[in-house]
Design a protein around this ligand. Structure first.
Ligand code: ADP
Ligand code: ZN
Length: 289
């Protein structure tokens, strides 16, 4: 029997058919969580429908505050009973966990460099999320807000407005997320850009270079705060912004410049862009053993 894994992000939704721990088929579609969230379950179902007869379970890695009953999408201020909705559409058991926690679990399972270690996975994507593995477990909590490291604050000297959609100021997400980088760069250059455009075409522009540098500083500061909290020696950075060489290298540079006590080994995920899908698959499998 096969399993279906689904990764629901702010920008994209990736669906995969998994046979014997290997992705054998996958489909990527645009996310609709910022445009038509009420139709999310039905929309996902149309993508995976043809695989459902071959599958024994559905495992979802989802952005936001994920609890047993609801997913609470902070940036759109909506709660959805996504697990129940997909169970009723497919008649299959559904496991749902936070996307960054899923990615952290993927690395814990398949990356020799973090196996049996305390480490933090940070995803720099549409938002900034995280998964924390401590004493061989993913840190979870009842309302799913734990490990939302994108909503911890850092001090970055700048004239940009770092107001966060969560209601606070100077959250890492308001400085370093793809959404934030796009917003600040669009304002500086007077045209509408997404983060991919910003990195591909404008990274050398002095004002944009400063925006990217501030973003990398915010993630580095976050890493130092986590080192002081968990004593973890390793951090894995994923997400489409985090995976870009320019961003990753800048964060690595800032870590090298920090005092010795704050040094961590910075890694890219070995499960790459499929980390969320692989992670939720292994997590669900582990729950059943
Ligand atoms: P999601 O948040 O849906 O999981 P991603 O991890 O792909 O999706 O993150 C989406 C963000 O990454 C968007 O802001 C997008 O503009 C940005 N992005 C996509 N590709 C790149 C790239 N090559 N370099 C920098 N940013 C990118
Ligand atoms: Zn915030």
């Amino acid at each position: 029997m096969m399993n279906i894994a689904i990764d629901i992000g702010g920008t994209k939704i990736a669906c995969a058919l998994i046979d014997n721990d290997q992705i054998v088929n996958s489909i990527k579609v645009d996310s609709i969580i910022h445009t038509n969230i009420d139709d999310l379950a039905a929309y996902v179902y149309t993508v995976i429908e043809k695989w459902v007869p071959q599958a024994s379970s559905i495992n979802i890695a989802c952005t936001g505050q994920v609890s047993a009953e609801f997913v609470n999408f902070l940036s759109v201020r909506r709660k959805l009973p996504l697990k129940a909705q997909l169970e009723s559409l497919t008649n299959l058991p559904v496991t749902i966990i936070n996307d960054a926690s899923a990615a952290a679990w993927a690395e814990y399972t398949v990356n020799e460099q973090v196996k049996n270690k305390n480490f933090i996975y940070i995803t720099v994507s549409t938002g900034v999320g995280a998964g924390i593995v401590f004493n061989d477990q993913i840190i979870t909590c009842a309302d799913g807000f734990c490990a939302h490291l994108g909503h911890t604050t850092v001090h970055i000297q700048s004239n940009h407005n770092y107001s966060c959609h969560c209601g606070r100021k100077n959250c890492v997400e308001s400085i370093a997320s793809g959404t934030a980088i796009a917003k600040h760069a669009s304002k500086a250059l007077g045209k509408t850009l997404n983060a991919k455009d910003v990195f591909t075409n404008y990274a050398e522009h002095p004002e944009v270079a400063e925006i990217i540098d501030n973003a990398a500083s915010a993630v580095a500061e976050l890493i130092f705060n986590m080192k002081a909290t968990f004593g973890n020696e390793t951090v894995v950075i994923g997400g489409s912004v985090g995976l870009s060489a320019l961003f990753f290298n800048k964060v690595a540079e800032k870590i090298q410049q920090a005092p010795a006590i704050y040094q961590v080994t910075l890694l890219q995920p070995v499960s790459g862009a499929d980390a969320d899908l692989i992670g939720v698959h292994h997590y669900a499998k582990n729950q059943l053993i």
